[in-house]
Write a protein that binds this ligand. Structure first.
Ligand code: G3P
Ligand code: CA
Length: 256
């Protein structure tokens, strides 16, 4: 078992999503105020090619509207309310979130952007993510450690597209299978980190050392339970994604 050099960095999964509606500006503002070291978002393309922070294929679960994200324009999706009763919230674009994170001057918070696949527009989503990172001047960091953005996917092909077009950007190959994440896939696509679920990590803690031996860090999701935070800390996981960033930061601080 690896002894942790430092406690894991804390990533707010869909924002402070246990306390605010996921992927809303309020959820991310709270995450930053909570002291999160990074924020996670899922991105999808609208019919008119805009990147929006929405997890599901449809807007049904998270908004007042119905329908497939890929079949509606941004203006159409903007008519729906993504907030909670009495606290309306507009759909968040990736540009909105990048603006918030990069304008946050207290500390250099990272943004972890997950592209979902399979999707109607295929590789266009990675091309658009890269174009957006270029627009904000963060597509070519001096080093992975200094990067303000990390791109992630369960799709190895998607990770490879990012690696090929923006070799300095850090990437996470997400997965559920220890055999997959501990095998050659991450090396083949040039991922700088592997991303097991906490369930997978509990069953296969050796994944952290295996990744480290290959020069990769580990990003674990979704780490909400105190025992799981402790496990990640003891194993030397670099990044933990949680719906409870304030509580998780406090737990890690208590542990010293
Ligand atoms: O951070 C990775 C994690 O978000 C993957 O699962 O379904 O929450 O996008 P999901
Ligand atoms: Ca996600």
């Amino acid at each position: 078992m690896t002894s942790a050099i430092r406690p894991p960095f804390v990533v707010a999964h869909r924002g402070s999503s246990a306390e605010r509606k996921e992927h809303t500006l309020a959820a991310y503002e709270l995450a930053l105020a909570d002291g999160a070291d990074g924020v996670e978002c899922d991105v999808r393309l609208t019919k008119d090619g805009k990147l929006v922070c929405i997890h599901d294929r449809t807007v049904n679960r998270t908004s007042t509207g119905t329908g497939l994200v890929s079949e509606m324009t941004l203006d159409e999706i903007a008519d729906f309310d993504f907030g909670e009763p009495g606290v309306p919230a507009a759909v968040l674009t990736l540009g909105d979130l990048l603006t918030l994170v990069l304008d946050w001057r207290s500390r250099p918070t990272k943004i972890f952007i997950e592209t979902k696949h399979p999707v109607r527009y295929g590789s266009l989503v990675e091309a658009k993510v890269l174009a957006e990172l270029q627009r904000f001047g963060i597509a070519s960091p001096a080093s992975a450690d200094h990067s303000r953005a990390v791109v992630m996917s369960f799709s190895a092909t998607a990770v490879w597209r990012i690696r090929r077009s923006a070799p300095l950007l850090p990437t996470v190959l997400l997965g559920e299978s220890s055999r997959y994440l501990g095998g050659s896939a991450a090396t083949t696509v040039g991922a700088t980190a592997v991303g097991p679920s906490v369930k997978t990590l509990r069953e296969h803690p050796e994944l952290v050392d295996r990744a480290a031996a290959a020069g990769r860090s580990t990003y674990c999701w979704t780490v909400d339970e105190p025992d799981d935070v402790k496990l990640c800390r003891e194993l030397g996981v670099s990044w933990i994604a949680t719906n409870h960033p304030a509580r998780t930061k406090a737990l890690l601080a208590q542990a010293g």
